[in-house]
Write a protein that binds this ligand. Structure first.
Ligand code: ZN
Length: 319
């Protein structure tokens, strides 16, 4: 009786310890602990659980945005924030491919075209018109006319301005189709991974909200392009830490909430803005928030065109 009793208590104890260890393993998996630790404990507990190192890595990467890409030695990603005054136009080039995000105001069209040509580019593999405001798609008709165009992304929202009609006419003249950007869609620009971070918010009263937001990772470096997205867009998701932020809406205080900026915690913040513009952009508040986070701020109204070069590990400012 005594022996049997002891044995069954021992068995019960082992069961309880096993249960406790199983709970510990579940908690460790839930908090994303080191797979090796989890596997050792589940082995002791006699559990049939093994956590693959790759799986946990992928799940965290999915949470924080797109995956890092492999960059061959010597290859660069070049990002030019073209000085188009109170407007946006950004050229992104890899070894063999090029993408343009926005094309400045109507009167900037020729300058943007000349700038792209000066880089020896004849084909734009991707063109993104972040939203149908003149300071973003104004020069787009000239760009479409002058280059071989691959895929063109614009929000589905339409407007009846002449600027917008001109762009649509040029797209039709070239037999191009506008592609829709969806949150989570990714594509490769050379060895750079591009991801659309949100779905456009379609509000005829505020076209800024339709801004297409793109994040690019190149090796271990990352860039985020906000167009004129506002706080309402920022609040639609959690944001991955990103090295370079093209500050939303020319540094206006309708964008760049503290919550958002803290998540991004950019090393570099680029503001595309015109000297003495009528809108008071960028706002002092936005500048202060960025400074408090320790970001280096580059402004097109102070520096002209800003060129950042990534080698996959480091980002340097040229010119
Ligand atoms: Zn704008």
């Amino acid at each position: 009786m005594g022996r049997r009793g002891k044995r069954s208590t021992k068995r019960q104890n082992r069961k309880i310890i096993g249960l406790i260890l199983a709970l510990v393993v579940i908690v460790l998996i839930a908090i994303g602990a080191n797979p090796n630790v989890i596997n050792t404990i589940s082995e002791i507990a006699g559990l049939n659980i093994t956590v693959n190192e790759k799986q946990t890595q992928n799940s965290t990467e999915n949470q924080i945005g797109n995956q890092n890409t492999q960059v061959p030695a010597g290859e660069n990603l070049v990002v030019d924030y073209i000085d188009v005054g109170q407007a946006d136009s950004i050229l992104i080039t890899t070894q063999d491919e090029a993408m343009l995000i926005d094309a400045g105001n109507n009167e900037d069209g020729e300058d943007v075209v000349e700038f792209i040509k000066s880089k020896g580019i004849t084909k734009l593999n991707y063109v993104i018109g972040t939203h149908p405001h003149e300071d973003h798609i104004g020069g787009m008709d000239d760009v479409i006319k002058n280059f071989d165009i691959g895929t063109i992304y614009m929000p589905t929202i339409t407007t009846n301005t002449k600027t917008y009609e001109d762009v649509i006419t040029e797209i039709e003249n070239k037999n191009l189709q506008i592609s829709e950007s969806k949150k989570g869609d990714t594509f490769l620009l050379g060895n750079a991974n591009c991801e659309f971070m949100t779905d456009s918010i379609l509000d005829k009263n505020n076209l800024n909200l339709s801004s297409i937001i793109t994040r690019i990772t190149f090796g271990n470096t990352s860039f985020l392009f906000m167009g004129d997205a506002e706080t309402e867009n920022e609040e639609t998701r959690a944001w991955p830490k990103t090295d370079v932020l093209k500050v939303g809406h020319h540094g206006s205080d309708t964008s760049s909430s503290e919550e958002f900026l803290k998540q991004i915690s950019p090393k570099i913040a680029v503001i595309s803005v015109g000297k003495d513009n009528d809108y008071g952009h960028p706002s002092d508040e936005t500048i202060k928030k960025l400074q408090n986070l320790g970001a280096t701020i580059y402004r097109t109204d102070e520096l002209g065109t800003i060129e950042l070069v990534s080698n996959g590990n480091n980002i340097t400012k040229k010119n």
